[in-house]
Design a protein around this ligand. Structure first.
Ligand code: ADP
Ligand code: MG
Length: 310
């Protein structure tokens, strides 16, 4: 006869994939059961490249504030400043790190030594001018870099890559190596056409196209944001056959401008401001979106990047 407790036990065992046990089965004492360790789960940080085509549209501010918002909801975040030579991230954070990516590329320092601490536990790799000589990189340097950047996987859940202005080879390479990207555009026509050009360059790869998320920054109101998004999405669908994901809109916010002057990210200096609230909403939305995990990790990114540089 099976009693209530045995029923429950069997339900639990079934849930855990074990066979049912019945009264007439030999009893195995708990102490005799050795539970095998769970199989290792391959965890890879989610790598997202933030880009725009046109400069000055708000990429660096967005990247930093997104990083802080993600940190607030419990994610471990690292930023790679890939706007080499301009040191934007550190200027906006008001922090001057000792080393930069250039020191990793030269083989002089490890990622662990170069990575700097930002507010709320976020980490960042300062840009320096590391990629200038990337064209002449040796096999040895490539394996050192892959090994180094793989370390980021162990310290971050999300890695944000902030890129420079213009549709340069470097930016296109980052976009094509990424599993997912966030395109920032403002409602200005030149910004929209540049955003489209970046999307097109991602497609021309011929290989996997990254998941393309869009944020419309510096809008007058949400209607304007919706209008810009649908215009861009329509053209992209029609001419490139690609579907864009709408992450949302950020209004023009004088608090953000004030925050830049204070060298303090807006989500910290004006947490109740409209731009801070919008970026926090985007940080949450980002984790409601299903991502192509197998292509979104840092290892895949470095592998693809190094293949480009070979
Ligand atoms: N939502 C916004 N509201 C008001 N000003 C903004 C907003 N986003 C960006 N800006 C302004 O644009 C400037 C450039 O931003 P930044 O993040 O450095 O752009 P990018 O990295 O694309 O070159 C900022 O210094 C700020 O003055
Ligand atoms: Mg920038």
């Amino acid at each position: 006869m099976t009693d209530q407790a045995e029923n429950l036990r069997n339900i639990m065992r079934k849930k855990m994939g074990a066979a049912e046990i019945h009264d007439d089965e030999p009893v195995v004492r708990e102490s005799e059961i050795t539970i095998p360790p769970p199989p290792p789960v391959p965890i890879s940080a989610r790598l997202i490249t933030v880009t725009s085509g046109k400069g000055g549209v708000g990429k660096t501010n967005f990247t930093i504030n997104l990083a802080l918002s993600l940190s607030k909801i419990g994610k471990r975040v690292a930023i790679i400043d890939a706007d080499f030579g301009l040191a934007n991230i550190e200027v906006l954070l008001g922090i001057i790190p000792k080393y930069s990516i250039a020191d990793i590329f030269s083989g002089a320092r490890t990622v662990g030594e170069v990575i700097a601490d930002g507010p709320l536990g976020i980490k960042f790799l300062s840009g320096g001018s590391g990629l200038r000589n990337m064209a002449n990189i040796t096999e040895e340097q490539i394996s050192f870099l892959i090994e180094q950047f793989a370390y980021l996987d162990t310290i971050a859940d999300v890695i944000l890559v902030d890129t420079g202005a213009g549709i340069t080879d470097s930016v296109i390479n980052f976009v094509r190596a990424s599993g997912e990207i966030i395109i920032i555009t403002t409602p200005e026509p030149t910004s929209i056409t540049d955003a489209y050009a970046v999307i097109k360059s991602a497609k021309e790869d011929g290989g996997n196209v990254p998941q393309i998320n869009v944020v419309i920054n510096r809008v007058d109101d949400f209607d304007e944001g919706a209008e810009v998004f649908s215009k861009l999405a329509r053209v992209t669908q029609k001419f490139l056959g690609l579907t864009l994901i709408n992450l949302g809109y950020i209004p023009y916010d004088t608090n953000l401008v004030k925050a830049v002057k204070k060298q303090q990210p807006v989500v910290l200096s004006f947490p109740d401001s409209v731009s801070a609230e919008c970026i926090e909403r985007i940080s949450k939305l980002l984790f409601e979106i299903e991502t192509p995990r197998k292509n979104a990790g840092v290892k895949n990114f470095i592998k693809k990047l190094s293949a480009i540089f070979k």
